[in-house]
Ligand binder design. Sequence first.
Ligand code: GLU
Length: 323
Amino acid sequence: MKRFGILSLAIVLLCGLCLSQGFAARYVTIGTGGVTGVYYPTGGAIAKMVNKKRKEYDLRATVESTGGSVFNVNAIMSGDLEFGIVQSDRQFQAYHGKADWDGKPQLKLRSVFSIHPESVTIVAGADTTIKMARDLKGQKVNIGNPGSGQRGNAMDLFAALGYDHEKDMQAEGLKAAESAGLLQDGRIDAFFYTVGHPNGSVKEAVAGARTVRFVEVDQPVIGKLIKKFPYYAPAFIPVAMYPGAENTADVQTFGVKATLCTSADVPDDIVYAVTKEVFENFEEFKGLHPAYEVLTKDSMLQGLSAPLHPGAVKYFEEVGLMK
Ligand code: GLU
């Protein structure tokens, strides 16, 4: 009898220890992008906020490097990821069944909040003739891996220019993390990267021996694009962030927003916790990456097209960000 008593006490103590150490915690994974982009540190920043309260919420967030926006939507929908960072334009297309999801609307996709602005960044060798987007014709261009957001943006731009990426140029489908090296080695003439600024990939591209320039998307083309794809907005590349690039003034292009997405199947209390921790620690969060400089709490509710997850709505209503 005595031995049983000691044994059960030991089990109870052990379970208590496990719980206090978080062994029973629920895990969520946030899908990001390549490690030299802004999504990866953004996932890290969100996870950091959530993990500070892991005991309170019984929740642990981890981050995964992925192929980007399109990959993240698909992984959220298949249940492989609970959260993912997704370009606002791809969020729109996924929910409405367009582009990669043609005729297959991802109706369980939910938005949580938006984050930093991203500009469609085209970097070319300064020794090429590529100054404007239309000069990409006939060149060797990395438009991005399938699964990335930039690939879709390149396609939309080519549609506005009347180009076919298969006929009018030599299009490569490689990851953004490889682009700077390929450009420096002269194996490509230009690459696309839809990304927040500053970021490691573009810094790497401007820091090499081959001088590079940012390619302009001119106003008439931007106008055409926005008319056809209303989820785009005019944007620019802040060249001061990239000393060494040939450009002397900010470069005109178009852009989107990075957004945090999840699935309708993810429990409300988990989405509530993630939303609350980022917003309650807003100043600290903002300090984690220079691309967040322009963020305001209100701006983080803009640029979302999939329905907001009820867990996020609960927090936004509680603090009066939503009525
Ligand atoms: N916008 C890119 C994509 O959706 C990722 C950019 C980043 O990793 O910061 O694929």
